[in-house]
Design a protein around this ligand. Structure first.
Ligand code: WT7
Length: 659
């Protein structure tokens, strides 16, 4: 990264944890950083010891790159740790899951009730022939039965693969086949913006295309009559009401080896077929348990509201496994944030008195665009901690979130991690870290991060307070951590090639990163998103951050387009805030603003004002598509796009303006 750019993302503001927060925090002693840094294995063993094991491990860790194993010889069960151990004693009648459906229906399930229902689902799966070592595909809306079915699989030692309820028949088929699933668990439908998503119908389409390993389908009746016609195939399809609710509430937890597969979760890269990212039982659970406890500062009376769907890793780690291993109360919501109105999240927080909110920058920027009227209507005083995940959070959004949702009093934790890392890797600890808006701050204790240049030279990132040499480059990890993926399901070669071939014996995350002189880490997005403009490396994210810093800009996406002279030229797609109208003068002003914030080299050549941006269902901007549009190329695969019409209209507009 060039020198000019290194100094650009300089953020002066800093927020210290309040004395009050510090005093009650689960982690408030900075000495843990040093302790974990010098003996990470011992640190992680300390956390593993807080789980319940049927048999203790004999060896803490074995590493032969790219393969790591943790807690060898240990036996445990994830459902036992997330449910059974809380279902007796003080937590038995504590709410485990508070659910709000999109139509407004609510349900609260205690740990005791969750234990009974998980056991019934587990027995139903067994009755359908599912055994230890099998795989089950879960294609459900975001209802309590989703995390409970995950836990039911874990209970009997079957691995789950959750397919997000917004995905297509083709995605279901591809994933169920790659994982050779025996059963698909689905629903008649789920609610989204007042409409029924026809999950069973889509499942039927997937099965019609061919899922040779799938023997049975279990169907939750969620939308009932509103679904319309649902067909059940005799001998293959089973209704929840007839198959689950009739089961015994007794079902033993299968003792699993620490290294036994817990789940597979598919991530769609920008090219090639989805990768089946695997996670095993002992290490994964240790990682999500520890990070939940320290980063979200989970306490007995917290209500943890993570807005992710269990179709993503965030829902796996910070709804189902991490908080529940801690015996916490999780709040889940089925539907869209603007149904029936744009205040839905805030209404939910007010109604259920949520104390922790964990959401994504793309959502935060959408809320900024909608305006203060919506959160302003609701009482958000129950909140005590805010989290962000999914992409770099630009300082403007960070400050907005802190001021308007956290009322200036809630610590903000910007958490960097990946499906592959299983648990959060870089984040503040809310009772220790002074935060800088836009920086994910420091590696979690026990996580070793390196910043390397293209030749593999670089620095080890030490904890807060340590002397660090500022450096920009690639985010790399050369020391294993318990929750790291054990590879791509059935494809060790692809795993090695994708993650372990760039630097010797090291995991390369794919992200660019900068370490500043105070030892703070700044994520710069995927390295594929770094542009080379007239010899300068400029990250799309830096330019986007400067764009949304302009008062007229609500959201921005930046790409590098081929340029004869400069190599790449910067093109920006922006959405205006309410009250601003497109004009040549405004476009010129926005360009000048970026030039002033970052430097003339980063001034976009083109700024296109657009009504929407093409995003994947998980909220990531599809830059490849914007590049295609800006360079006038044919459109590639758009099947994972949230709203494919967006692209068409963007493309039309682009062509018209070029015309
Ligand atoms: C990629 C992983 C991990 C849960 C959600 C996404 C980006 C994620 C941050 C953050 C900057 C972030 C990275 C990463 N990312 N969180 N706090 N700051 N970038 O999981 O789909 O596996 O995506 O998301 O680029 O590599 P995922």
């Amino acid at each position: 990264m060039s020198e000019t750019i290194q100094s650009l993302l300089h953020e002066e503001r800093s927020f210290e944890p309040s004395a009050e927060f510090k005093a009650q925090a689960n982690a408030n002693d900075p000495a843990i950083y040093d302790e974990a840094y010098h003996n990470p294995t011992k640190w992680w063993e300390g956390w593993a010891n807080q789980l319940d094991w049927f048999e203790k491990w004999h060896t803490a860790m074995e590493f032969d790159a790219p393969n790591a194993k943790w807690f060898l010889g240990g036996k445990l069960n994830a459902a036992y740790n997330c449910v059974d151990r809380h279902a007796e004693g003080d937590r038995a009648n504590k709410p485990a899951i508070i659910f709000e459906g999109e139509p407004g229906d609510t349900k609260t399930l205690t740990y005791k009730e969750v234990k009974d229902q998980v056991s019934q689902i587990a027995n139903a799966l067994k009755s359908m022939g599912v055994q230890k070592g099998d795989r089950v595909c879960i294609y459900l809306p975001m209802v309590p039965e989703l995390p409970m079915t995950m836990l039911a699989c874990a209970r009997i030692g079957a691995a789950h693969t959750v397919v997000f309820g917004g995905f297509s028949a083709d995605s279901v088929r591809e994933r169920a086949n790659d994982a050779s699933c025996k059963v698909i668990v689905t629903a008649d439908g789920g609610w989204r913006r007042g409409n029924v998503v026809q999950l069973k119908k889509i499942t039927d389409e997937a099965l019609d295309m061919g899922c040779p390993t799938v023997e049975s389908v279990l169907v939750l009746e969620r939308t009932g009559e509103a679904t319309g016609t649902v067909t059940y195939k005799q001998g293959r399809d089973f209704k929840w009401s007839e198959t689950v609710t009739t089961q015994s509430t007794d079902c033993p937890c299968e003792p699993m080896d620490a290294e036994d597969l817990l789940f597979i979760l598919y991530t769609s890269g920008s090219t090639g077929k989805p990768k089946g990212i695997t996670h095993t039982t002992g290490g994964y659970l240790t990682g999500v348990y520890a990070t939940s406890k320290l980063i979200f500062d989970l306490k007995e009376d917290d209500i943890h509201f993570c807005t992710a769907d269990c179709g993503w890793i965030t829902g796996h780690s910070y709804i189902t496994y991490g908080p529940m291993a801690n015996g916490a109360t999780v709040l889940i919501y089925e539907g869209a944030p603007d149904t029936p109105d744009k205040d839905r999240f805030w209404r939910i927080i007010e109604k259920h008195r949520a104390t922790i909110l964990y959401t994504a920058p793309t959502a935060i920027r959408t809320f900024m665009k909608w305006g203060l009227e919506y959160p302003g209507r609701c009482d958000l005083s129950s909140l005590r901690l805010l989290g962000s995940v999914g992409e770099p959070i630009n300082p403007e959004a960070w400050i907005w979130y802190h001021q308007n949702i956290g009322m200036g009093k809630c610590p903000v934790v910007d958490t960097w991690w990946q499906t592959e890392t299983g648990a959060i890797m870089i984040s503040p600890l809310p009772g220790i870290t002074s935060t800088k808006p836009g920086s994910a701050t420091h590696p979690f204790p026990g996580v070793r991060i390196k910043v390397l240049d293209e030749h593999g030279n670089g620095v080890d990132v030490a904890g807060p307070g340590a002397t660090n040499t500022p450096k920009g480059g690639f985010l790399v990890m050369d020391h294993p951590w318990p929750s790291m993926t054990r590879g791509i399901f059935n494809d060790p070669e692809r795993y090695e090639k994708t993650y372990w071939s760039r630097f010797p014996d090291s995991y390369f995350a794919g992200d660019g990163i900068k370490l500043d002189e105070d030892g703070y880490l700044w994520l710069l997005g995927r390295v594929d998103d770094i542009m080379l403009v007239a010899g300068h490396n400029i990250s799309t994210m830096e330019v986007e951050s400067a764009l949304v810093d302009h008062p007229a800009v609500a959201e921005a996406a930046v790409i590098g387009k081929t340029h004869d002279v400069k190599g790449q030229a910067i093109a920006a797609f922006v959405i205006l805030r309410a009250g601003y109208l497109p004009s040549d003068a405004l476009t010129a002003e926005i360009k000048a603003h970026v030039g002033k914030k970052i430097g003339p080299v980063a001034r976009p050549d083109d700024v296109y004002i657009s009504a929407e941006l093409p995003k994947t269902r998980s909220g990531k901007i599809m830059r490849r598509l914007l590049r295609d549009i800006a360079e006038g190329r044919a459109l590639g695969d758009v099947s994972t796009l949230a709203d494919s019409s967006v692209v068409a209209s963007l493309k039309d507009r682009y062509e018209a303006s070029e015309g």
